[in-house]
Design a protein around this ligand. Structure first.
Ligand code: F6R
Length: 239
């Protein structure tokens, strides 16, 4: 595990974007595993800026997103499919046909379809992750076991509370989601996590300086051979 210590959110975003850009330059048709949420938005803005100057070409890039709320259509403004179009895909020259987000409305066959899709793409070259305040990655919530492949989860109260800022009320935050499992994430050839702010400090301490346990899902990344944590000083304040 490698830690890149950044001064603040902007420096964290630039450092993470450099790692993603390097991946695209090394392998223009790479498979990027992408995340939503507040943490990666700044990295996406850097990538968009470099694409606009012509320094970075997304035309052959393929992507698979980590997760999607159950029950939300891709057009719902809080769906992760919508988030990705508005925060990245619509602003770079990626072919939308090469982008993939789990379907929140297709039902149970979706999990198998998504795992097969990742395998058919040849696996993930670089997986970008955020970190939940409860230590979740994707929507792999604290549990008594690790779930391996894509699966449907019941969101914890803490995750629904953390995400209610995006919805008109807590009642409208979905109760379930589809997410890649820890095997999908661990099989990525490189994993990059972005974390910013004091709200993530305890989760970073528990995940990377404590035991590996499904009660802190991100802790499994201690076993990944090429894991880079890009975090700002506030997020690293407890270590
Ligand atoms: C998003 C995802 C989640 C977030 C996490 C942190 O696709 O999988 O695990 O990365 O909840 O969210 P933010 O970045 O909003 O703090």
């Amino acid at each position: 595990m490698r830690i890149i210590r950044a001064k603040d959110y902007d420096a964290m975003s630039a450092a993470a974007a450099r790692l993603i850009a390097a991946q695209i330059l090394l392998k223009p048709d790479c498979v990027l595993g992408l995340a939503t949420g507040s943490s990666p938005v700044g990295a996406y803005q850097n990538l968009i800026a470099w694409n606009k100057t012509g320094a970075l070409d997304f035309s052959a890039v393929r992507s698979v997103n980590l997760d999607e709320y159950a029950g939300l259509t891709p057009d719902h403004d809080q769906s992760y499919a919508y988030f990705m179009r508005h925060n990245l895909f619509n602003h770079v020259n990626i072919d939308l046909k090469n982008t993939n987000v789990p379907s929140g409305i297709s039902g149970d066959g979706e999990c198998q379809r998504y795992d097969k899709l990742i395998a058919d793409l040849g696996g993930i070259d670089l997986q970008l992750l955020g970190l939940g305040v409860n230590g979740h990655i994707g929507f792999n919530e604290p549990d008594d076991h690790f779930s391996l492949g894509t699966h449907k989860v019941t969101l914890t109260e803490s995750t629904r509370q953390a995400n209610k800022r995006f919805f008109p009320s807590l009642d409208e935050v979905p109760t379930h989601a589809y997410t890649m499992g820890v095997r999908d994430i661990l099989q990525a050839r490189r994993v990059v996590m972005v974390a910013s702010g004091t709200s993530k400090a305890q989760a970073i301490k528990d995940a990377f300086f404590g035991p590996v346990t499904p009660q802190v899902p991100a802790s499994i990344l201690q076993y990944h051979p090429d894991f880079v944590l890009v975090a700002d000083e506030e997020a690293l304040s407890l270590i």
